[in-house]
Design a protein around this ligand. Structure first.
Ligand SMILES: [Zn+2]
Length: 404
């Protein structure tokens, strides 16, 4: 295990953070005795992926789910279920919002909001938290989305608190976007409570789509435990009260169990009612809501239309590669194999070309934001490398397995 060699100019402030470094043990991927890292025989899903499962033929649960979706689910029946839910919650005269949609101007949230409004006659209130390092294309896409006819709220939390939480997320959990992930989920809940909007519509159920735990599907009540376990990687945001005051954490405080119980809030995922197809979402967002793509591919992958709104996304994806040995290209290629857009050999070639790229052009921006030297920054990153995944060969980090 690598020792954390993070040194800071602000030792008093960071001391507490560093004392929690043992918590990293649960983040490191660890092989059981005799276990080997395996890869799905159909897509490329690695067994380092948290909660990935494989059948006796070596096929991962995301591939089996994809097969099941294509052959066994009656999507017409599911769409009728969706219509029933919307009928239950719709405000017939439109004088109130009846559904909350987290939407950052990306293709998926845009698609869900547009469909709810235009195909299901709902009255969505869309909401997002400003990304920590908002990109110009992200700002433009958000503006274009709202201008295409939506009520939209953009919350900008105190940047100083946002930054301090992000630094803690990076050092302790390898999750620089931690304050955004927690913030947006709580923002939605707090606004749903405030405006008395009982239905919240998310996009895809990630565990189900990309391989993970047997998911909770359909419509269900939100609980504190659900948020902590599925959205916050097991971290209750109240643990940050050791460093921040309640006043500073206003956007990051979970309502009590009683508040949840009394609210009657329901949360559901679009992917339960319609086959989740990001490319279709991209086409609709482009044609109906002015969604723009990058003129070049995103760092670490071959696509140019996903997760464009935050420069920290590139660091987030790089840390996934450090923690689990697969990066953004690897994940994208698995999705494209499953939807039949590429074969395994093409996917392997792309992974070999692009996976695990570090966003060099953003390094200085990251160092300024996290107030670290280059050495400190990379020491923090290296502290998330599992010795079961990485080894040093001639002074350079190499993956211990090969993609094939
Ligand atoms: Zn697979």
């Amino acid at each position: 295990m690598n020792q954390l060699e993070y040194e800071s100019n602000n030792k008093t402030k960071d001391k507490k953070i560093l004392s929690n470094v043992d918590q990293k043990n649960w983040i490191h991927f660890k092989l059981k005795p005799g276990e080997k890292i395996i890869m799905c025989k159909r897509c490329l899903t690695l067994s380092t992926r948290p909660r990935a499962q494989y059948d006796q033929n070596g096929i991962c649960n995301a591939c089996r789910w994809s097969e099941f979706k294509k052959s066994k689910i009656d999507w017409n029946k599911r769409w009728k279920e969706l219509e029933i839910i919307c009928d239950d919650f719709r405000c017939s005269d439109g004088s109130k919002w009846d559904v909350l949609v987290p939407c950052s101007g990306g293709k998926d949230g845009t698609y869900v909001a547009w469909m709810l409004k235009n195909k299901l006659n709902m009255h969505p209130l869309c909401i997002t938290m400003k990304p920590q390092m908002q990109t110009e294309i992200g700002r433009k896409n958000l503006e274009n989305f709202a201008n295409s006819g939506f009520d939209h709220i953009l919350i900008t939390p105190n940047p100083k608190i946002y930054q301090s939480l992000a630094k803690r997320g990076l050092i302790e959990q390898g999750r620089p976007k931690m304050p955004f992930v927690i913030g947006i989920s709580l923002l939605i809940i707090n606004f749903a409570l405030k405006f008395n909007i009982p239905l919240i519509f998310y996009g895809e159920e990630g565990e189900e789509e990309y391989g993970g735990a047997t998911s909770q599907i359909g419509k269900y009540k939100i609980t504190r435990d659900y948020l902590i376990n599925y959205y916050y990687s097991g971290h209750d945001p109240s643990e940050y009260l050791d460093e921040f005051s309640r006043e500073e954490l206003k956007w990051w405080q979970l309502p009590s169990d009683k508040d949840f119980e009394e609210s009657g809030l329901y949360l559901t995922h679009w992917s339960h009612y319609e086959n989740w197809d990001p490319y279709k979402h991209y086409l609709l967002a482009r044609d109906k809501c002015g969604f723009q793509t990058l003129p070049h591919r995103s760092v670490g992958t071959y696509t140019n239309f996903a997760q464009l709104d935050d420069d920290l996304q590139d660091l987030h994806a790089y840390l996934m590669y450090i923690k689990f040995g697969f990066g953004r290209c690897w994940s994208d290629a698995c999705i494209d194999i499953r939807r039949g857009a590429m074969d395994r050999d093409q996917a392997i070639a792309l992974v070999k070309a692009y996976d695990g790229e570090f966003p060099d052009q953003l390094l200085n921006k990251y160092l300024d934001y996290f107030e670290m030297t280059e050495k400190e920054f990379f020491n923090v990153i290296d502290s998330f490398r599992s010795p079961d995944i990485w080894e040093k060969v001639n002074g350079e980090w190499k993956l211990k397995f090969e993609i094939k």
